[in-house]
Design a protein around this ligand. Structure first.
Ligand code: URA
Length: 440
């Protein structure tokens, strides 16, 4: 039987600025998955979409078609509201490791499928793999069983979920078509909607260390994702968060796992706790586990104070094969050979005005803790800790951070990047609001 469409006709239509129909978009998503749309045709269409854009309706159809290119997980038989969070990524963003057990301790089910770090941004799966024995690649039945028993599970995307995105993302990555709002929106939302969630909270980052540098672009992406959620019948709230300096005082893997556990013990840094509380609070309200944000704050504070959120983290480690002793003994995590304190130079005076998140991310990569290509291995032991924050006072010899290093030459490169990342001013800078908007 001849195909319903010819790929070249769809490419030409989009190239000339036309809006694609639902059937054409479904043919494309099916075609990239089963190979009927050749790679060179798919990349030509991606480039046409990059230049011509997509209407909100086309974006919603593309999301739906991509979601249905593989398995859509059905969680309706698991009691409780299934709510997830997705962040567009940044440096030091370990919120998922704190938020998921906290939300579960407050009564939600959190079916979280996460990704790996790429470039200067970290990935939740890599951080979890710093815990000895921790398994992130589980089957869907295992995922469901852990979700039901513990209240949350944190795994990698299985090959059966949204295969169209796997293909399209790998093509976009090498053809200059990543930075395209309808394609980013469909890529993220198809994967989240395939998880079987009832509702979703998005943390759309903008700034130096984020994928979107400009707030205006982050806002457009946030609005597009909220609209796609609505079109799919799922409430989605999107928060806009500044990512000019790293979140918290650590970046890396072991260092971020330790900071996350410290947060669950009630000893987290203010900025990281604020982002975590607001995102988790939105989840609790969306999922009906809290009346409003005031009620949510009270429940979250109680779950940290009585240790129930920490206990959820321990249970998840046991369920996913990780060593639960990590909660009490950080020495079982991969440990770097050497600690290198970076101190302010003799002429440093005043206050920190900038801690460039992108440069800090590059410092992690220089240490061997990042990934330039998807196949690279990361060194879990290396990283940044004790990082100074914008607004803090400095004088000669003030510690700017502690680098966890495994190699002197790499350590020296990372130190140079950190020194370049941190700037001082004579007077205290006006703090930039961290959380800037909520799109509902
Ligand atoms: N993250 C995704 O999953 N997809 C994109 O296109 C960009 C970021």
């Amino acid at each position: 039987m001849p195909p319903a469409f010819f790929p070249q006709d769809i490419i030409i239509k989009k190239r000339d600025g036309g809006a694609l129909t639902k059937d054409e978009i479904e043919f494309f998503a099916r075609g990239v998955t089963d190979g009927k749309f050749a790679d060179y045709q798919a990349t030509a269409l991606l480039m046409a979409i990059f230049w011509r854009g997509m209407t909100p309706q086309e974006t919603a159809w593309l999301t739906d078609a991509m979601m249905r290119s593989g398995d859509v997980i059905d969680l309706h038989d698991i009691p409780g509201a299934k709510v997830d969070k997705h962040s567009t990524g940044g440096v030091g963003d370990k919120v998922s490791l704190i938020l998921a057990p906290l939300a579960a301790a407050c009564g939600l089910k959190v079916p979280m499928m996460s990704g790996r770090g790429l470039g200067h941004t970290g990935g939740t799966l890599d951080k979890l793999e710093a815990i000895p024995g921790f398994k992130v690649m589980l089957s869907i039945p295992e995922f469901r069983a852990i979700l039901q028993k513990v209240g949350f599970a944190m795994i990698g995307q299985t090959p059966q979920v949204v295969p169209a995105d796997r293909k399209l993302y790998s093509l976009r990555d090498v053809t200059g078509t990543v930075e395209c709002i309808p394609l980013i929106c469909a890529s993220i939302m198809s994967k989240k909607l395939a998880e079987g969630i009832d509702s979703l909270v998005l943390d759309v980052k903008f700034g130096k260390g984020a994928f979107m540098k400009r707030k205006e672009d982050a806002l457009i992406l946030a609005r597009a994702m909220v609209a796609v959620g609505k079109a799919g019948g799922k409430p989605v709230w999107a928060q806009l968060t500044a990512m000019n300096q790293p979140l918290g005082r650590t970046a890396g893997h072991t260092t971020e796992v330790i900071e996350s556990i410290e947060c669950l013990k009630g000893r987290g840094p203010a900025d990281l706790m604020e982002v975590t509380y607001v995102l988790t609070g939105h989840m609790l309200v969306l999922g009906g586990a809290a009346r409003d944000m005031v009620d949510a704050r009270r429940k979250m504070a109680a779950a940290i104070a009585d240790g129930s959120a920490l206990e959820k983290f321990r249970q998840m480690c046991v369920a996913q094969g990780g060593d639960p002793r990590v909660v009490d003994d950080y020495t079982i995590l991969p440990t770097a050979k050497q600690l290198l304190e970076v101190k302010a130079s003799a002429d440093a005076r005043g206050f920190v005005s900038e801690v460039d998140a992108l440069k800090c991310g590059h410092a992690i990569m220089a240490l061997g803790g990042g990934r330039a290509a998807v196949t690279d291995k990361v060194d879990h032991a290396v990283g940044i800790a004790d990082l100074i924050k914008i607004g803090e006072p400095v004088s000669p010899g003030t510690r700017l951070c502690t680098l966890h290093i495994n190699d002197d030459a790499k350590g020296a490169r990372a130190e140079a990047l950190i020194r370049d990342a941190i700037k001082f001013t004579p007077t205290a800078p006006v703090p930039e609001p961290l959380i800037q908007d909520l799109i509902q």
